[in-house]
Every structure is written in structure tokens, then in C-alpha cells.
Ligand binder design. Structure first.
Ligand code: GAF
Length: 373
């Protein structure tokens, strides 16, 4: 059985109870921001390429109220929760002046995005935090793009993770019923409706996370940049597979393989989206599986558990394609399957996978929002 996704309203209720118990009184502001699944276009965002994610109904919710205490007090309801975190409320000198009646806040954070599951729990926290601060200060970002970029900066500077823009972008700009083709160079995006009831995207969480996930990411980024520089290009978006062959002798085998993945994946993603627009699920699924093989063999960011899930899914009649999704080294796969075959995909996986998987069958959802409370 697929996991039941909690209603946002029940997350808000749970947070409101915790708010009362922690601080006394009620919160008067509530916001949410979603996690995401990337359907195709992996490790392409920091190469200025294309990505194709959709926002999930799995969300981080923050509720709270402004105070004049000079403190930010934050209680999380995650499994790691302890007493509320307390930090001084600082207004960066470069920021726009805030409304004069805010000099602190009390907040409760809760989330249905699995932590460390490769569905962007951290981006959803960053974006929810930004929306919460907009709401209590009355100071809005000048554009959604500015907001996504500010959240990416937070991930770079505070989490020390040199991520691309995909996760913060989709958490900010996701639209119900649509996936988003994002051009990570121009930051233009195109909505692609995903409303055909005869198909489903099934997300399978391997429930493993290898420690390599943090350390290998910056290495892959550096290797892509190295390949681009050797080819005399600004980034791999500008390079073709012919350019790569021409420079093969000046690149190490490893760097060559990394570039081969990134260049082919950028091209594959753009093509795959036109294929999907024509409802050619057979070809789209094949491209998803090619993407997985490229991530496994050339980019080397998959792991045995993800490979096992993909191989198992491909044995099920009605499955069009399957791939790892997100940064890799654990986390989730995404599988395109006929709606009527979802249950057999789940039972086959439960039977074959050596670990303990969880499943989400999700429709594309809305980006960050202010909620009624
Ligand atoms: C992580 C990063 F945060 C994204 O920017 C992206 O690079 C992804 O890995 C791989 O496609 O989620």
C-alpha cells in the first residue's frame, strides 16, 4: 500500500497544539512549502541545463506569530525535536526595512517530507521559512525568482551544500496539475500539464542514505566545470557530445564520464518533455530508464538499493520506465506506470526489494502558500 499523505490541515492542527503547549496562546500565521520529485534531468541544474520536477503534496508547515522579544524561538516536531531553538532576531543591514512592530517570532515547524529521502526536505524548509518571514514582516520578495535564489543561498551558506536551483525553484513555483520544465540558465520555466488519469508516477523510498551523498556532490560539480573549461566552454550546457569526443584525450576517464552524463542528460530532458507532451509514455519511460543508467554508469551517483528498485520495477507489466531521483546515494526512485498497474508495482517491489521501501503516489501540487489558520 502507498503511504497515506497527511492533509495539510492536519499538520496545521498538530502544530497548533504544540504551539499552545510550548508558548501558550495561538499562532496566527501558517505557511507551507512542498518537497519535490524530479521526473528527469538529474545533476543538470548546476550545468545550466534543464530539469523537470513536480511539487509534491508532502510539505513543510510553519505556524507562528510575531513578537517583540528580540528572539526567534522555533520548535520542530521532527524526530530530532528537543526544546525550542532560540536565536537572536537580526535584520541584515542590506535588507529592506521591516515593519516596526516585529522584532522576533515564536514558531512551530512540522513536515510530511521524509527527512534525507531525496525529496528536498531542506529546500521545503528554506522556502517555508522565507514565506513565513514574508508573512510576519509584511515584506515580500520582489519576485518568486528572487525568493528561490535567496533560499538556494541559504543552502550554500548555512548547510554548506553547493546545490543547483532546482529544488528551491520548484518549491517556490510549483503549480497544481503540472510539472515544470526549468531552464536553469535563463530561469524561465514552462508548465507541462500532468493530468492523464491513466498514468501514475510512483515514488519509492529506498529508506537508505549513504554518507557519500554530501561529499560526492561538490566533487561532481567540480568535475563538470573542469570538463567545460578544458573544452573552452562556460559550462556543459554549451558543450556537445562531439566536443567531448574531440577533447577526450585531455580529460581523465572519470571526468569524461561525468561530462558524458551531464551533456546527454541535458539533451535527453528537453527531448523527453516533448515526448511526454505527445503522451508517448513508452518512449518517455525508456528515456527515464536511460537517465538512470547514465547516472549509475557514468555519473556514479546511484547505489545498489536504487539499482535494485529500478530493476525490479522494470519487471512489472505496465511500467514504462524507472529511475533514481534527486542527488543519489540513496533516497528515492520515480517510476512511470499505468494507473491500473500501481498495485502490482507495489506488491512486486515489496516482494523483491531486500530493504523496507515506502511508496508515495502523488499528483503534482502547488508551490509555497500562505494557509488559513
Ligand atoms: C540535489 C540538489 F540540491 C539539486 O540542486 C540537484 O542538483 C539535484 O541534487 C540533482 O539533480 O537535490
Amino acid at each position: 500500500m502507498a503511504s497515506k499523505i497527511p492533509e495539510v490541515s492536519s499538520l496545521v492542527c498538530e502544530a497548533q497544539l504544540a504551539f499552545k503547549a510550548t508558548y501558550g496562546g495561538n499562532a496566527d500565521t501558517a505557511v507551507s512549502a512542498p518537497g519535490r520529485v524530479n521526473i528527469i534531468g538529474e545533476h543538470t541544474d548546476y550545468n545550466d541545463g534543464f530539469v523537470f520536477p513536480m511539487a509534491l503534496p508532502l510539505v513543510t508547515v510553519i505556524i507562528g506569530r510575531k513578537t517583540q522579544s528580540g528572539l526567534c524561538r522555533i520548535q520542530t516536531l521532527s524526530e530530532f525535536a528537543d526544546k525550542p531553538l532560540q536565536v537572536a532576531f537580526k535584520t541584515p543591514s542590506s535588507s529592506a526595512p521591516l515593519t516596526r512592530d516585529v522584532s522576533g517570532f515564536d514558531a512551530v515547524v512540522t513536515s510530511s517530507v521524509p527527512l534525507g529521502g531525496g525529496l528536498s526536505s531542506s529546500a521545503s524548509l528554506e522556502v517555508a521559512t522565507y514565506t513565513f518571514l514574508e508573512s510576519i514582516t509584511g515584506t515580500k520578495a520582489t519576485s518568486l525568482r528572487e525568493k528561490a535564489l535567496a533560499c538556494q543561498k541559504a543552502e550554500h551558506e548555512f548547510a554548506n551544500m553547493p546545490c543547483g536551483i532546482m529544488d528551491q525553484f520548484i518549491s517556490t513555483m510549483g503549480k497544481r496539475g503540472n510539472a515544470l520544465l526549468i531552464d536553469c540558465r535563463s530561469l524561465e520555466s514552462t508548465l507541462v500539464p500532468l493530468t492523464d488519469p491513466s498514468i501514475a508516477f510512483v515514488i519509492t523510498n529506498s529508506n537508505v542514505r549513504h554518507t557519500l551523498s554530501g561529499t560526492e556532490y561538490p566533487t561532481r560539480r567540480r568535475q563538470c566545470q573542469e570538463a567545460a573549461t578544458v573544452m573552452g566552454k562556460k559550462c556543459l550546457r554549451d558543450a556537445t557530445l562531439q566536443d567531448l569526443e574531440k577533447h577526450r584525450s585531455s580529460l581523465s576517464e572519470e571526468v569524461y564520464k561525468r561530462a558524458q552524463h551531464a551533456i546527454s542528460e541535458i539533451q535527453r530532458t528537453e527531448e523527453a518533455v516533448s515526448v511526454l507532451r505527445n503522451s508517448d509514455y513508452t518512449l518517455f519511460g525508456k528515456m527515464m530508464t536511460e537517465s538512470h543508467n547514465s547516472l549509475k554508469d557514468d555519473y556514479e551517483v546511484s547505489c545498489s538499493e536504487l539499482d535494485e528498485l529500478v530493476a525490479g520495477a522494470l519487471e512489472v507489466p505496465g511500467v514504462f520506465g524507472s529511475r533514481m531521483t534527486g542527488g543519489g546515494f540513496g533516497g528515492c526512485t520515480v517510476t512511470l506506470v499505468k494507473q491500473e498497474c500501481v498495485d502490482s508495482l507495489i506488491s512486486h517491489t515489496l516482494e523483491k526489494y531486500s530493504g523496507k521501501p515506502t511508496f508515495y503516489v502523488c499528483l503534482p501540487s502547488e508551490g509555497t502558500q500562505q494557509l488559513a489558520i
